[in-house]
Design a binder for this molecule. Structure first.
Ligand code: THU
Length: 141
């Protein structure tokens, strides 16, 4: 397992089980590739997500973003950990990494297959140089 500087979040087994179960809701009529995500907030709530595809392929939404948007839509923007489960331990896409960066650069992201954890990394490690709110102000980094 590749753990860089990040420690495994507490109670990750619960999140792994919830993310794996969330895969069952995936609507993957085109790729057949089900993804499940489980996002724990700092307040202790867990929001799950699955990927939802569309005949207009570009409208597909990833599991990670579904989980994040469910949380944000419920007023939760402080995140503790995100677990992503696929059959092969696939890595979050760049668009999802950017959405994670908006809220939680230091959040550990656990990538797992159906049997085991493959890696744990922070969002900042997954997306160095993310576009952040201060980039809108034109200030130098
Ligand atoms: N997918 C996710 O749900 N999360 C990712 O981070 C990568 C890709 C989905 C989108 C699409 O439904 C399927 O996986 C194949 O790309």
């Amino acid at each position: 397992m590749n753990t860089t500087t990040v420690v495994m979040p507490n109670n990750v087994d619960d999140l792994l089980a919830l993310a794996a179960a969330a895969r069952n809701g995936a609507y993957v009529a085109y790729s057949g590739f089900a993804v499940g995500a489980a996002l724990r907030t700092r307040s202790g709530k867990v929001f799950t997500g699955c990927n939802i595809e569309n005949a207009s392929y570009g409208l597909t939404v990833c599991a990670e973003r579904v989980a994040i948007w469910k949380a944000v839509s419920e007023g939760e923007t402080e995140f503790e950990a995100l677990v992503v489960v696929t059959s092969i331990g696939g890595s979050p896409c760049g668009a999802c990494r950017q959405v994670m960066a908006e809220f939680a650069l230091d959040m550990p992201v656990v990538i797992a297959d159906l049997e085991k954890v493959r890696s744990v990394s922070t969002v900042a490690e997954l997306l160095p140089g993310a576009f952040l709110p201060y980039d809108l102000l034109g200030a130098p980094r």
